[in-house]
Design a protein around this ligand. Structure first.
Ligand code: THU
Length: 139
């Protein structure tokens, strides 16, 4: 069930703790760069992901891939807040592709914990291409 009160009381420390736990499960034997991410869903669920690399380097999966997969698999909903961390537990900016993944499920208002503080996705991925464009520009 959707709960608008969820966004007003984000426990960033708890969310980041889940991201750190997820980071600990990362499979990153090639880069040795472990990443974890956790997201608060609008129904109060917390979903998470870690990076999963591959011997065919280019097909490795970022942590955010796992997060959006778990989001959908566990019931869908909208991402309200996301915290992504490196192997030291410090906030890490999602790569460009992963900003797009997060946009799909969080949109402009989703909050992201960044090294420069909490920022909305509208600041992280300005002028984003998203689901609305497909509707507005359809014939
Ligand atoms: N990585 C992520 O998991 N998410 C990001 O947003 C940035 C990069 C991973 C991919 C790769 O396994 C490792 O970090 C080094 O690039």
């Amino acid at each position: 069930m959707r709960d608008d009160s969820v966004s007003g009381s984000i426990d960033w420390d708890a969310l980041t703790a889940v991201a750190v736990e997820a980071m600990g499960t990362a499979y990153a034997p090639y880069s040795r760069f472990k990443v974890g991410v956790a997201g608060l869903v609008d129904d109060g669920r917390i979903v998470s992901g870690c990076n999963v690399e591959n011997a065919s380097y280019g097909v490795g999966l970022c942590a955010e891939c796992g997060l959006v997969s778990e989001l959908q698999r566990s019931g869908g909903g909208r991402l309200v807040a996301v915290s992504c961390v490196d192997q030291h537990g410090n906030s890490l900016m999602p790569c460009g592709r992963c900003r797009q993944l997060l946009w799909e499920f969080g949109g402009a208002t989703m909050q992201l914990k960044t090294p420069e503080g909490i920022l909305p996705m509208s600041a992280i991925l300005p002028q984003a291409f998203g689901p609305d464009d497909l509707i507005e520009r359809a014939e």
